[in-house]
Design a protein around this ligand. Structure first.
Ligand SMILES: [Fe+2]
Length: 420
């Protein structure tokens, strides 16, 4: 197995990224290849491990944070610690040889800054988004990271406090009137975060967008400089506040789900390259529960969109709470059961709606169709990482738990699960 280990000093970069040829499809999602003649997965050549151990020159620190001290129980851990600089770029020393055909930029984003001033965030998902790049060019490798300049991030840096509703953090009201004002703005979505910390996609037209679960948190970036270019504005009138954090994006389309919290269900929508207008393919009405199930991600096959309806459902009341509940913005409704709906991409018709065992999943891995000898589709298989219908995984992703790692896995086991 060929692999590339990125091991820059934690003084400069606080992320560790490891990629292998076996996970090439996952890698490709984040790459922006300048060369379309990219060889297949068996063409990695020399299986020798490459190690990038340090920067070649003095790191070009572009701005240092003026942040307070982050209090952690295990200060030696690099993982789950805030980035040391808001912006950094530097060429890395390469031991071994990077193939000359490997040209392009690999982008990832995720939470990377978990404190404002002296206040420490509590949950992994609250961190302000850090965009990370690995830029391969003619055998050289330049790494860099930069904070995504969302309104939530900029306001926090300016006022030294949380100003928007994050996954579990809420702004602390100065007085009763500001509390009432904050509640009012919640209903309009104005106080929801736009912290785009869950994914980065390249649309078919080349625009690169960072995303989170709020629609307002769709932010365009420059993949080379990592500069925040501005908000990605959806020009349709579909409304709503949230969407799936992980749309399915190809060269020809962008597919996502818009949960309907008023009339429990989901709109399945498509957007074409060059457009900012989403068009409805169809709608799924929920079969159970008072609200749609959480759709962090969803799978798609060649002809179908799979719409998961988890018994872990959105909860408007929990959105209003000043302090997070163990399930944050969600509620567990086992009586409402769990379902998978299969929608035809071409017609928008629901061709199957199947009750499935109770499940909790964040990420679908893959989906495909099975056909009989006449080519007719007889099954749709969707693979996901399933947490044994145990919602405590949300609590286990608190930073205190993650930072308590001392050689033993601090997260409960998940299982690979497939269905038809
Ligand atoms: Fe995710």
């Amino acid at each position: 197995m060929a692999s590339i280990s990125f091991l820059a000093s934690p003084n400069y970069v606080s992320h560790s990224i490891k990629a292998s040829s076996k996970s090439f499809d996952h890698l490709k999602d984040g790459f922006s290849f300048g060369n379309n003649n990219f060889p297949g997965r068996n063409s990695w050549g020399d299986p020798q491990e490459l190690t990038i151990a340090n920067v070649t020159s003095q790191a070009s620190v572009i701005s240092r944070p003026s942040l307070g001290k982050e209090v952690v129980s295990q200060p030696n851990h690099v993982a789950w610690m805030s980035v040391r600089q808001h912006r950094w770029e530097g060429e890395l020393v390469v031991k071994g040889e990077i193939p000359l055909w490997l040209n392009g930029i690999y982008l990832r984003n995720g939470p990377g800054l978990w404190h404002v001033g002296d206040y420490n965030f509590r949950h992994l998902f609250d961190g302000y988004a850090t965009l990370v790049k690995l830029q391969f060019e003619n055998g050289q490798l330049v790494a860099g990271h930069r904070q995504i300049e969302s309104e939530a991030y900029k306001a926090a840096m300016k006022s030294n406090k949380v100003c928007y509703r994050e996954f579990s953090e809420v702004p602390k009201a100065d007085n009763f009137l500001s509390y009432v004002g904050e509640l009012a703005s919640l209903f309009s979505g104005a106080s929801l975060t736009d912290n785009a910390n869950t994914g980065v996609i390249r649309l078919g037209d080349g625009r690169v967008v960072c995303l989170t679960e709020t629609q307002k948190g769709s932010i365009m970036i420059d993949p080379t400089t990592l500069e925040t270019l501005g908000k990605f504005e959806y020009t349709d009138s579909l409304g709503g506040l949230i969407h799936s954090a992980h749309p399915i994006v190809t060269d020809t389309e962008f597919l996502t789900l818009l949960p309907d919290l008023i009339n429990p269900g989901y709109l399945v929508v498509r957007m074409e390259p060059g457009s900012n207008e989403r068009k409805v393919i169809g709608r799924v009405n929920c079969r159970g529960g008072p609200a749609p199930g959480w759709v962090h991600s969803f799978p798609v096959t060649e002809h179908y969109v799979v719409v998961p309806e988890m018994p872990l459902r959105y909860c408007a009341q929990n959105l209003l709470r000043a302090e997070p509940t163990p399930l944050y913005k969600f509620e567990w409704h086992p009586d409402s059961k769990g379902f998978m709906h299969i929608m035809c991409k071409a017609s928008g018709k629901i061709v199957a709606s199947v009750e499935v065992p109770l499940y909790v999943t964040f990420h679908f891995i893959n989906a495909y169709e099975e056909t009989d000898e006449d080519g007719r589709v007889v099954a749709v298989i969707a693979d996901c990482c399933e947490h044994n219908a145990d919602t405590t995984i949300l609590e286990k992703l608190r930073l205190q738990n993650l930072r308590s790692f001392a050689g033993q896995d601090v997260l409960p086991d998940a299982r690979w699960s497939g269905g038809s």
